[in-house]
Write a protein that binds this ligand. Structure first.
Ligand SMILES: [Zn+2]
Length: 118
């Protein structure tokens, strides 16, 4: 996954995340930097994202997560890598919604539009 993510979107998600979970603020800031720097890649498992070399799915391999230092939200520890993964999946969904009107370019729409332009 190497799609360019808009920094405005990343800041927006970071602000929402910090408002909801102030205890994660420092890690959210670091996660936003990781995402903007593109320091992540897809893995062969679609549910796993490799963030700065750590494999992240429901869990993360980093010490912050494994040693239980990362704050707990909804029953799970959130290290910066897990937050980065959450950002990436959210942003890729947003990017999908914001694609230039894919439907309007479809053949069905074009023939419909032509029938109205006559
Ligand atoms: Zn981690």
């Amino acid at each position: 996954m190497t799609a360019t993510l808009s920094s405005a979107r990343v800041s927006e998600l970071a602000a929402i995340g910090k408002a909801r979970n102030p205890q994660l603020s420092a890690r959210i800031d670091r996660a936003a930097q990781i995402v903007l720097a593109g320091e992540y890649q897809a893995s062969s498992d679609p549910d796993t994202l490799i963030v700065r070399g750590y494999h992240v799915n429901g869990a993360c391999e980093c010490p912050d997560y494994r040693l239980g230092n990362a704050p707990i939200v909804n029953g799970t520890h959130y290290c910066k890598h897990k937050i980065a993964k959450a950002f990436v999946s959210r942003l890729s969904k947003l990017a999908e919604c914001e694609k230039p009107n894919v439907w309007a370019q479809s053949m069905a729409w074009q023939s419909f539009a032509r029938s109205y332009s006559k």
